[in-house]
Design a protein around this ligand. Structure first.
Ligand SMILES: Cc1cc2nc3c(=O)[nH]c(=O)nc-3n(C[C@H](O)[C@H](O)[C@H](O)COP(=O)(O)OP(=O)(O)OC[C@H]3O[C@@H](n4cnc5c(N)ncnc54)[C@H](O)[C@@H]3O)c2cc1C
Length: 379
């Protein structure tokens, strides 16, 4: 389906074949059940680990496949193509890099092999009931007590939260120091005082993704669970958020390509007034416009991927990529759904689910407004 793109070589394409088979075998047939259950079973995570599709950038010495961000893109794209919205990118492309880049050797040795194998599911806890966009104002606190940190507070909307075996928690270690008072601390499941909401949160979409509230009631964790240095958490978040935003852009672009192709197939087959829908000029104009914008988006997203691989994409460029990709996705998935008529509103065709699931991409990982603020700083 994908034409060979300049950023990928033969090895990536072989990997793509492998991931595609995995998605078709281990995700597609089960996805509707997971949506009904409201979560992705832990057994799936172990299968993903065995198949080498988790934490693709983690080096082999920590149990990872030792790939690059391009391998991560392949996984993201192939999951998007089977219509799956899973929490894998959070686990693989967000949490594991925090541990890899900033974690102590002890933390890396202890956690990364389990994340790579899918034995432990990982989350990142930034958002709180009282604050999301304004991350500096989080209230979850961590107070040093001898060789431990004592954490108190609450997180909300945490992807993989219900299944998570470890969560990297953004805490205030110095409430008076603003952004410089934020630290990241890893908290493992089973630590006394760490509890999860009774069930995954009830969302309008992303039904197979377990999003949860997490509670921290005087949770004592060893000081070695600090990720990186005290007071540098906000900086680490700012360093890693561009990759998260780029991953969302990569996923959005793959969803658009898949749904464009599916919609072209649908309007070719479906007839109204004795003629295929594709013969109406309205249908042609809608799809011609969509194809042009998606083609342009693909060029920009691939350029951003190349920049990131070459040395790290800037916050401004990653914000542009996410903004353009998610807003374009919102606009055209709506058009594609319209072209499906009533069937667009059913769960029989992937377009309905894609449309609902897409809505969150303009909110999570930085709202479109927050992204515009970042871009505006560089004007
Ligand atoms: C399905 C899902 C999964 C998520 N996963 C995670 C996760 O794994 N980990 C995690 O930590 N968080 C997660 N989130 C939380 C997500 O990142 C936040 O919802 C998001 O950052 C927005 O924060 P908020 O909900 O508090 O909205 P608010 O910050 O209250 O924003 C409300 C509105 O105000 C606008 N706004 C805010 N500030 C400004 C401004 N300065 N200028 C103009 N407009 C502004 C926003 O753009 C938005 O439209 C998830 C959310 C969802 C829905």
């Amino acid at each position: 389906m994908t034409n060979r793109r300049a950023i990928f070589d033969d090895e990536h394409e072989q990997f793509r074949e492998q991931v595609r088979r995995f998605c078709e075998r281990e995700i597609a047939p089960h996805y509707r059940d997971w949506e009904r259950e409201g979560l992705t079973p832990r057994e799936f995570w172990r299968k993903a680990g065995e198949a080498g599709v988790l934490c693709t950038t983690i080096p082999t010495e920590y149990g990872g496949p030792g790939g690059t961000f391009l391998h991560a893109c392949v996984v993201t794209e192939e999951m998007a193509r089977v219509g799956a919205s899973l929490g894998l990118p959070v686990h693989s492309d967000m949490v594991s890099p925090y541990l890899m880049h900033y974690g102590s050797e002890d933390l890396k040795q202890r956690l990364l092999p389990k994340l790579c194998a899918g034995e432990v599911v990982a989350s990142i806890g930034m958002t709180e009931p009282g604050t999301g966009s304004d991350l500096k104002n989080i209230r979850t606190s961590a107070v040093r007590d001898g060789d431990h940190w004592v954490i108190s507070g609450q997180k909300v909307w945490i992807t993989n939260g219900f299944n998570c075996g470890v969560v990297v928690v953004a805490c205030k270690t110095d409430p008076a120091a603003g952004a410089k008072g934020v630290s990241l601390i890893a908290v493992e499941e089973g630590t006394p005082g760490f509890t999860k909401g009774a069930r995954p949160m009830d969302k309008i979409g992303l039904k197979a993704q377990d999003t949860a509230e997490l509670f921290f009631d005087d949770v004592r964790v060893p000081v070695t669970n600090l990720v990186g240095e005290e007071g540098r958490g906000f900086r680490y978040l700012m360093e890693q958020l561009p990759q998260e935003r780029l991953v969302i852009a990569v996923r959005s672009c793959a969803i658009l390509e898949t749904q464009l192709e599916n919609t072209i197939g649908y309007v070719r087959d479906r007839k109204a007034f004795g003629t295929p829908l594709l013969d109406f000029q309205n249908t042609q104009f809608k799809l011609a416009e969509a194809k042009a914008y998606i083609t342009a988006l693909r060029a920009f997203v691939d350029a951003c991927i190349a920049e990131h691989v070459a040395g790290g994409i800037s916050s401004e460029r990653a914000s542009m990529a996410k903004l353009v990709a998610t807003e374009t996705m919102g606009r055209y998935l709506d058009e594609f759904l319209q072209l499906h008529g009533g069937y667009g509103y059913s769960n029989e065709y992937g377009i309905g689910r894609a449309w609902v699931d897409a809505r969150v991409t303009r909110i999570a990982g930085g709202t479109s407004e927050v992204l515009k603020n970042i871009i505006a700083r560089g004007l």
